[in-house]
Design a protein around this ligand. Sequence first.
Ligand code: NAD
Ligand code: MG
Length: 390
Amino acid sequence: MKRVTLLGATGSIGLSTLDILARHPERFTLHAVTADTSHARMAEICRRFRPAVAVMRDASAAAELRALLEDSETRVLAGAEGLAEVAAEPAVDIVVAAIVGAAGLLPTLAAVQAGKRILLANKETLVMAGDLFMAEVSRHGAELLPVDSEHNAIFQCLPAASLGGIDGAGVDRILLTGSGGPFRDLPLEELGDVTPEQACAHPNWDMGPKISVDSATMMNKGLELIEACWLFGVQQEQIEIVLHRQSIVHSMVSYRDGSVLAQLGNPDMRTPIANALAWPERISSGVEPLDLVAVSQLDFSAADERRYPCLRIAREAWRAGGTGMAVMNAANEVAVEHFLRGGFGFADISDLIETVLASLPPVPAEDLETVLEVDDKARKLARQIIQQRT
Ligand code: NAD
Ligand code: MG
């Protein structure tokens, strides 16, 4: 029986994880769940799964949850200390890192430092502090398994034990696939007028709002490029981004001898989550078997950096190294937040990120304090620029 802490239980990845756990009560038990503010949804989860602990990041949401769970055995904690506590709890075997954005960094790091098996969905953690994070993973003997569908696909197409470095595996290139998002066919001049609702209506995946907008700008693929570099110990030149509209091939590995291995499946995050939860075994996930005859066609094309400037920005940030990636991530989070709220244009997202990057040139990401400081500076600057423009 494996004990699981689920960080970000009320989100899209969180709910998919709960669905898998419910299918395998003989394998997994839920120790703790966490969320930001949504106490009503959290109360439902606690009544159904009866975890020992529930953490709300927000203190008043924790008080509301405590009232809702008055007659339950679930202990309610609040704030950053609560998050770190359940991530590092000695009785826990697996921590699912499914908080969105930079807020996931510290609790995920706490799980790493406690030497857990970590199922990483929170890619922003690796983008902000990949070097430090990977060093901590090896120092504490943590087991890092990718949940992001592309990285889980690459992981499955590589020889066992490839995380952290694929030297000697005969890999020529990694082919990172992306659907191109909801605006892939929209005339470029119409990109300025798109609404948050349109940006969140992804053609193939049902995801949280932030990653949906990231998919529309393809900053998501930029973040994933950096995520792949850290996870597999490769340079960005070894990664080719390929547009694939059907989201059936989740990524590929091309080998020196001309072989290309791909992982295919219906676009449903329960597949990579189940894969990582049970690895190296395989368990059922509830995902419909892939019907290739019904799909009938798989298309591939190159990604146009004029349509998706965030791809170029992410490649440049990786190349420059240091704190530039944390700056890029923070500016993107602020831009997306403002776009989702309305009053900030979709086409202005990449522009804002570049402006903030130009004002905060990268320095070596020597320690966590440096990264957190830079993250804070970049957010403040991004908000200031938005205020001046509106
Ligand atoms: P979501 O918005 O649906 O859920 C986010 C979760 O994080 C919620 O439980 C929320 O309560 C919690 N949260 C938000 N802000 C927080 C804060 N400041 N402190 C603590 N908790 C906070 O997001 P999602 O789509 O499930 O994505 C989660 C992560 O997984 C992201 O990093 C995303 O890039 C990654 N990911 C998601 C998908 C997907 O299909 N949704 C696929 C691949 C990777
Ligand atoms: Mg992905």
